[in-house]
Design a binder for this molecule. Sequence first.
Ligand code: HEC
Ligand code: HEC
Ligand code: HEC
Ligand code: HEC
Length: 150
Amino acid sequence: MRGGKFVSCIVVGALVVFTAAFVVMAQQKAADEMSIKAALWPTPTKAAVKFTHKKHAEDYKIACTECHHVYKDGKNVWKEGDQVDKCEKCHNEPTIQGEKKLPPEQQKLNLKLAFHNNCQGCHQKHKKEKPDTTAPVTCAQCHPGAKEGS
Ligand code: HEC
Ligand code: HEC
Ligand code: HEC
Ligand code: HEC
């Protein structure tokens, strides 16, 4: 039946096109600018934090692996193109007060420390080399409206 073969050709062709489209869609792309607001905290105390993803990766030339990781036997095995999970998927320890008093293993998975050690940690180092940097280091610079130390 020639008609049948023709139809199955179309079906197979359509499947190939859909699969290709799905693969392209499945490729994750980070937004150029983000507003970080983790869902882990039911009652966050601060507003969302602005983050220029594209500028950090491109203008400031920071390697993806400074911020993205998947540890295996103590080594970061994440590489560009791999799936990126939200920080809070793994850093799901929710303490936002007295988090530095948690046992070390829990501190590693505390979400507030994950953000602060990553963002603020790098900025503090950077400020030592470049005192007039725009990289924010004080609470209020990242958390608009926040009082220092609050
Ligand atoms: C200075 C830190 C930093 C650098 C450098 C960085 N990222 Fe990200 N990226 C983040 C943060 C923070 C998020 C948001 C995570 C969250 O919401 O929990 C993110 C999110 C993403 C996402 C997920 C987007 C989504 O909405 O699903 C992808 C994909 C991604 N980054 C890829 C990359 C790639 C590729 C590079 C290197 C070219 C890179 N990132 C460099 C910090 C960074
Ligand atoms: C796939 C799980 C996973 C994701 C996603 C993840 N982390 Fe981690 N992260 C870990 C693990 C596990 C460790 C502890 C590694 C070790 O034992 O030293 C860690 C360690 C860290 C550390 C060093 C420990 C510390 O507090 O000083 C920082 C900082 C950090 N992560 C920040 C982030 C940020 C920011 C994001 C999101 C952009 C993120 N992580 C996403 C699993 C993850
Ligand atoms: C590995 C280093 C590094 C990490 C990690 C990092 N930054 Fe930065 N950040 C920089 C540098 C470098 C600059 C630009 C400084 C300059 O031009 O003097 C900067 C600038 C900024 C600025 C001001 C300029 C702009 O692009 O808006 C903001 C806001 C900022 N960072 C937020 C964040 C946040 C939020 C995080 C964590 C999610 C983060 N950064 C993580 C290195 C880092
Ligand atoms: C370089 C940027 C940066 C600096 C500086 C910084 N933070 Fe954060 N902080 C973040 C990011 C990013 C998050 C995650 C935001 C979210 O998901 O809501 C966060 C989360 C928090 C949270 C938990 C979420 C909430 O809304 O309650 C608290 C509390 C907090 N920060 C307080 C502080 C205080 C106090 C200081 C100064 C001692 C400070 N931060 C300095 C970037 C920063």
